[in-house]
Design a protein around this ligand. Structure first.
Ligand SMILES: Cc1ncc(COP(=O)(O)O)c(C=O)c1O
Length: 428
C-alpha cells in the first residue's frame, strides 16, 4: 500500500520535504546528544535494587542449606538460589544450575561445548562440516554473534506476531541434519516484544529434529518483565514437552540482569536431567565453582517468586510510561502517514520499528546527525544484514522521560524526511 508521500502531487511532495527539512535544521541547531540505542535499565531502575547491597556484611551467616558460601564448592549454585531460579522458570530445581552473572555467557559456553565436544555423545559440531543455526529475525544481535563466532551458518527465519514462522522452522529442523540449533526469546521478545503463542510453543515441543544433537536455545530473558496490569502468559515448554513425552530438546536460560543489576545479577540454565548431567560436566571443566555472594544477596533480597513479582511492579511503574510515550509519539507523528509500522509491547525492553523498504540505515544516520543515537540498522538480523533495510530497534528504557520525548521527536522527523525523500527518488 502506498504511503502519504507516495500519493502526493510533485508540488505537495516538494513542499512537504522542504517543511520537514526546516524542522530537521531546527532540531540540529539544538545540539542534542541523546541515546535510544541502549537496552538497559535506567538509573532509577537499578536504584530499586540498591537495598540488596546492604543485606550482606561481615556478620552474615555464610552458609546456605548447610553449604559454604565463602569457599569453593556448590558447583550447581546455592540451593536457595536454584529454588528461586526454578520458581521464575517454573521448573524442577533439581534441573537448575545457577552460575555467574550473565545468561549470554552460559549460552556461549554451551555453543562452545557443542562445537568442541559435541552434544549427547555425537560428534563435535566442529567435525561435522556445515552447521546451521536458525535465527528468528528481527532478533537479538548478541545471539547471532555467538553462533557466527564459531563459524556456524546463521539462517534467518521470519518472525511473526505469535513467534517464529513455525512452518519454516519445522521444515528446516526436521529435514536438514545440519540444523543444530535455534535462538528463541519466547516472552516479550527482543526486539519485537511479542510472546510466543501456546500453539508455537507446542510446535517447538513437538519438533522431531533430523539432527540428534539439535537443541532449542530458549532464552527466557524477560520472563517477569511485563509492564502493564496484565501479564502475557507463556506456556512452559517443559510442560509442553512432557505432554508429548519429549526429552532432550531444550536448553532454557534466564538471569536477573534486568531484575537487579545488569552484569551483577545471577544467571541460570535448565534442561532435561540428561542434558543437565552433560552441562554440569562441561561447566566443571570451565569453572571451579560459581560466585555465591551475589546469589546469597539475591535470595535475601528477592526471597521468592512473589518477591520478584513485587520488585518487577516497581520496575513496571518506571518503564511503562516510557513505552506509552513511544506509542504516543509514533502515533501522533507517523500514524496517519502509512510509512511505518511498529510493535506495541506489554513487556520487555524494546519496540521493533519498520520504515519503508530501504529506509532504516538512512533513518538511523539522519537521527545521529540530528543528535540521537539509535541501535545500528540491521543489528536485528544475522551478520547485520536486514534484507529489506526496514527494521530499527527502539530502546526506550534508559533515557529519562524528557530525553526520550526529545529523542522521539527527532526520530519522527528522521523517518518522515527519509520516507518523503524515498518517495521523491522513486518517481524521478
Ligand atoms: C534476549 C536477551 N538475552 C540475554 C541478554 C543478556 O543477558 P545477560 O546479562 O544475563 O547475559 C539480553 C540483554 O539485552 C537479552 O535481550
Amino acid at each position: 500500500m502506498s504511503n502519504a508521500y507516495e500519493l502526493m502531487s510533485d508540488a505537495d511532495l516538494d513542499a512537504a520535504i522542504a517543511a520537514i527539512e526546516s524542522d530537521a535544521e531546527h532540531l540540529k541547531a539544538l545540539g542534542l546528544k541523546l541515546d535510544m540505542a541502549r537496552g538497559k535499565p535506567s538509573p532509577e531502575q537499578t536504584a530499586l535494587s540498591r537495598p540488596m547491597l546492604d543485606l550482606i556484611d561481615s556478620t552474615t551467616t555464610l552458609t546456605d542449606g548447610g553449604l559454604p558460601v565463602d569457599n569453593y564448592g556448590v558447583p550447581d549454585g546455592l540451593p536457595s538460589a536454584r529454588a528461586l531460579a526454578a520458581q521464575i522458570l517454573g521448573v524442577d530445581p533439581a534441573n537448575v544450575v545457577v552460575n555467574g552473572s550473565s545468561s549470554l555467557n552460559l549460552m556461549h559456553d554451551l555453543v562452545c561445548h557443542a562445537y568442541t565436544h559435541g552434544i549427547g555423545g555425537n560428534k563435535p559440531w566442529c567435525q561435522q562440516g556445515r552447521v546451521k543455526f536458525l535465527c528468528p529475525s528481527p532478533g537479538y544481535d548478541r545471539h547471532f554473534k555467538v553462533s557466527a563466532h564459531y563459524g556456524l551458518e546463521n539462517v534467518p527465519v521470519p518472525m511473526l506476531d505469535d513467534g517464529p514462522d513455525m512452518d519454516t522452522v519445522v521444515r528446516l529442523v526436521e529435514s536438514d541434519p545440519a540444523v543444530k540449533g535455534i535462538w528463541c526469546v519466547p516472552k516479550y521478545a527482543n526486539p519485537t516484544g511479542i510472546t510466543y503463542s501456546d500453539d508455537v510453543v507446542r510446535r517447538f515441543a513437538n519438533l522431531r529434529p533430523a539432527a540428534p544433537d539439535f537443541r532449542i536455545f530458549w532464552d527466557n530473558a524477560y520472563a517477569v518483565h511485563g509492564f502493564t496490569e496484565k501479564d502475557t502468559p507463556l506456556l512452559n515448554i517443559f510442560d509442553a514437552l512432557a505432554e508429548v513425552g519429549g526429552d532432550d530438546l531444550v536448553y532454557e536460560f534466564g538471569s536477573t540482569a534486568k531484575v537487579t543489576f545488569p552484569s551483577s545479577g545471577m544467571a541460570y540454565v535448565t534442561a532435561s536431567a540428561a542434558d543437565m548431567a552433560e552441562i554440569r560436566g562441561a561447566f566443571s571443566v570451565m569453572r571451579v565453582s560459581p560466585e555465591k555472594f551475589s546469589q546469597l544477596a539475591h535470595v535475601l533480597f528477592l526471597k521468592n517468586l512473589d518477591g520478584v513479582k513485587a520488585h518487577m511492579r516497581a520496575h513496571a511503574a518506571i518503564v511503562g510510561p516510557r513505552f506509552a510515550l513511544v506509542e504516543q509519539k509514533l502515533t501522533e507523528g507517523l500514524g496517519e502517514l502509512g510509512c511505518a509500522t511498529w510493535t506495541h509491547p506489554t513487556g520487555g525492553y524494546f519496540v521493533s520499528f519498520d520504515g519503508p523498504e530501504g529506509s532504516a540505515k538512512a533513518i538511523v544516520k539522519l537521527a545521529a546527525d540530528l543528535g540521537v543515537k539509535m541501535t545500528p540498522a540491521g543489528a536485528t538480523w544475522p551478520s547485520g544484514k536486514d534484507p529489506h533495510d526496514t527494521n530499527i530497534r527502539i530502546a526506550p528504557t534508559y533515557p529519562s522521560l524528557d530525553e526520550l520525548s526529545r529523542a522521539l521527536d527527532v526520530f519522527v522527523v528522521a523517518v518522515k524526511l527519509v520516507s518523503a525523500r524515498l518517495a521523491k527518488v522513486a518517481r524521478a
